[in-house]
Design a protein around this ligand. Structure first.
Ligand code: AMP
Length: 420
């Protein structure tokens, strides 16, 4: 029989590593609520055309990386596992008229995304994102609030080593003319371009700026820059974003090549990288997408948001000490103590104490080994002696002390001492 293994590019989140994910999720729930965001959960698959229209057919994500399949209905509807969260959220916002009832709508989401990329450390085919989206607010101060929230989230997760990278990609008033200039410049260097960049010169020249090919870097440095071609409103918006970032003491690096992988961005784009991550150093990315809701058939409301890669964030987070998996372990040393143990275990749990016991009649030595592995604070021992005295012998594992405690006092004793 061939061995069945996890699909390439997917990974199991095992119990030993889940603690850091819980901390990250809790930080998100707590922090985002303080900024007025509420959670939204949308399906992991949508009609393919949502992503084609929402992300752009010329992006790598849509053209090469989507998990697309036919449904079993008569029309053979084309469905796709979501490669990112924004398009699905925008669809839900439109479908449920959310911006009608809340003109300053703030939502966040968490969950798996699917892209058929070449797997490596920090890059998976099923990965997870925390996603934040704000609708209806066009002011530069909103860009700043969203960026500030992104950074506060990283800090709340204990990440201190990161860099904010910032750009403006213009809008429909100024970008098309810039893109034409970029295309013209690229065409004059056609012989120096890779096949990919040559194709993108025609289909989506901005993508060439994403090129990591070492032999193209010198040429890219000479290309026209979007920053020199912004229209007045985009320029003023960007200046105000930068002024307010300065006001809050938020440092950043400008990078004219930060055009981001998805087509829908306008004006502000940003990314946060971390040196702790290695080659896949992008922790989060985001930007403004003012035309997207309208393009997907909704009202003309602006939007801005960002997505954090949870795997990468988990990698960048400080490792916590191994977590205690139980407060107390009940060691039954006589068959006559079994009923007492079952009852005590239940009442401890009902009172909020994490309690475990050995159900398999192991030796005292192996019970103690189990207790050690679980990192419990107390082992409660009951054998013939203890039954006779009507007590549990409570061993405090951190102090290596042991004392007899009457059954009625066990709960209070543990509660009093467990945090000490
Ligand atoms: P994007 O949606 O491409 O803007 O990506 C936003 C963030 O999601 C990135 O900064 C990464 O942290 C994370 N991310 C994107 N693609 C992957 C992937 N294939 N595997 C793991 N994380 C990813």
């Amino acid at each position: 029989m061939t061995e069945i293994r996890a699909v390439k590019g997917t990974r199991d989140l095992l119990p030993d590593e889940i603690g850091v994910w819980h901390r990250l999720e809790t930080a998100a729930h707590d922090l985002f609520a303080r900024y007025g965001y509420r959670e939204i959960r949308t399906p992991v698959f949508e009609e393919t055309q949502l992503f084609a229209r929402g992300i752009g057919t010329e992006t790598d994500v849509v053209s090469k990386e989507m998990y697309t399949f036919e449904d079993r209905d008569e029309q053979r509807t084309s469905l796709t596992l979501r490669p990112e969260a924004t398009a699905g959220i925008v669809r839900a916002v439109i479908e449920n008229n959310l911006t009608n009832t809340d003109p300053a709508l703030k939502v966040y989401a968490m969950g798996p995304m699917f892209r058929r990329e070449r797997p490596q450390k920090g890059r998976y085919r099923q990965f997870h994102q925390v996603d934040v989206e704000a609708f209806g607010m066009a002011a530069p101060s909103m860009d700043v609030e969203v960026i500030e929230l992104a950074l506060e989230f990283l800090k709340a997760c204990g990440v201190t080593e990161f860099e904010l990278v910032l750009n403006s990609v213009g809008d429909s008033a100024c970008r098309p003319a810039y893109v034409e200039q970029l295309r013209a410049a690229l065409r004059t260097h056609a012989s120096e371009l890779s096949a990919d960049s040559l194709r993108r010169t025609e289909t989506n020249p901005l993508r060439v700026l994403d090129s990591k090919a070492p032999e193209e870097q010198a040429l890219i440095a000479t290309l026209p820059r979007i920053g020199d071609h912004l229209c007045d409103p985009c320029r003023e918006h960007f200046d105000e974003v930068r002024r307010q970032l300065d006001l809050l003491g938020i440092g950043y690096r400008l990078d004219h090549r930060l055009v981001r992988g998805l087509d829908y961005y306008v004006k502000t784009t940003f990314e946060v990288t971390s040196g702790a991550l290695g080659a896949q150093n992008s922790l989060l990315g985001g930007g403004r997408y003012d035309g997207l809701v309208k393009a997907l058939g909704g009202p003309d409301v602006p939007g801005i948001g960002f997505a954090v890669g949870m795997e990468r964030l988990a990698l960048a987070m400080p490792k916590a000490a191994a977590e205690r998996r139980s407060d107390v372990f009940l060691a039954v040393l006589s068959p006559a103590a079994l009923d007492d143990a079952i009852r005590l275990q239940r009442s401890l749990r009902q009172a909020g104490v994490a309690a475990l016991m050995d159900h398999e009649g192991r030796s005292f030595k192996s019970k103690m080994k189990m207790a050690d592995k679980l990192g419990v604070r107390f082992v409660a021992i009951r054998g013939e002696d203890e039954i006779r005295k009507g007590v549990w012998s409570l061993r405090d594992m951190t102090r290596s002390s042991q004392e007899d405690v009457v059954e009625a006092r066990v709960l209070d004793h543990i509660k009093e001492k467990r945090n000490g």
